[in-house]
Design a protein around this ligand. Sequence first.
Ligand code: URA
Ligand code: CA
Length: 441
Amino acid sequence: MRTVDIIENKVKGLENTREEIEFLVNGLLSGEVEDYQMSAWMMAIRFKGMTDRETADLTAAMTGSGDTVDLGDIPGFKVDKHSTGGVGDTTTLIVAPLVAACGGVVAKMSGRGLAHSGGTLDKLESVPGVNIEQSIDTFKAIVKRIGVCVIGQSSDLDPADKRMYALRDVTGTVQSIPLIASSIMSKKIASGADGIVLDVKTGNGAFMETLDDARILAKTMVAIGKHSGKRTVALITDMNRPLGMAIGNGLELKEAIEALSGIIPLDDPLMQVSLALAENMLIISGIAQNELTARDMLVQALKSGDGLNKLRQMIESLGGYTDYIDDPELLIKTETTVCVPALKSGYIGAIDSKSLGLGAMLLGAGREVASDVIDPSVGILMHKRYGDRVNKGEPIAELFINDRSNESRVISLIEQAVVILDKKPENIPLIYDIINEDNVI
Ligand code: URA
Ligand code: CA
């Protein structure tokens, strides 16, 4: 088999065989296939796409490129959750403990934030002492004992994805639906859960800016899950505004603690999306029959404090100081806070959530390059949300700052990102669609 012929076939729009796909993925790791050949093939995929069969075969080859986690000795249906990445998207820290409090078994390997989107690991690490690099045995022991654990993905899992993603990042091949779907699903399948609930974000702060693309990505991933014997559901949710009010690691963990404490109203966008994800996790786990019974269980876990207690137990199991859960103000101690006032009166219209994510990054909450060090306390707390009335001079956001060097740049980013209109804008849906196995072939 010649690598160049496999690339040529894809350039002509022909289907690659399973053997060809395996040859490229394994060859990349063995050195038989060069980085530039893999990059050329992925560029051809970006233009010509992949059939469902090719995407499934690519996913399987990537999953098989490294270790896979066997969670079989943990009793119960192991459920995982994944978001395609957003701004102010704190759902994992709410949903994982809440589902565990309802009897679900949540075993999740998470990622770090990059550029404008946050990552759950960075948020967990805002608690001093937390160590997200645990062995698989410790991970499984924690899940067995308390029903929930979120750790960093082991470096032995899916090495093909790491190599391919690094190439995609610098060759303009990130934006390809089959490549995104196989990248996400190969990692999820390798981490061993029985079922996966996907949160596919769409809008100005998301990978998939249009609803049509989000729907295709969701269907592609649910189809891969189905063919791999994993119960998979995808929610398509809005990212034309930050989901929660907090953007920044400690700020977001504090918001998750408030959510689990029952302080945040159930009709708040962050709560609505979190509850919808958790409902679907309970349903695919076979714990709840439908959304209504699932919702009752979840609201009960919020009221009783059982969800918050699960988060506390998880932080403790990962080595973190639980004082920070009991007194979340400790998470956001910064030298300064600065309010960003509204430049005129009106209603909050469009919000460019990507710019807000970039603003938080510039304050030190995120990484421009993977080696940047994060400041857990800094970020942006929105005081107004989409559709809110605001008077000139009233704060629309508050900055939590330690290093003031980017302060004025971030203030003008926020002023540009938050558009103030004369009339109240139309409601935009939060959850556009739910794709399950019945919706795909
Ligand atoms: N997240 C992933 O893990 N992979 C992609 O390709 C895009 C988002
Ligand atoms: Ca292999």
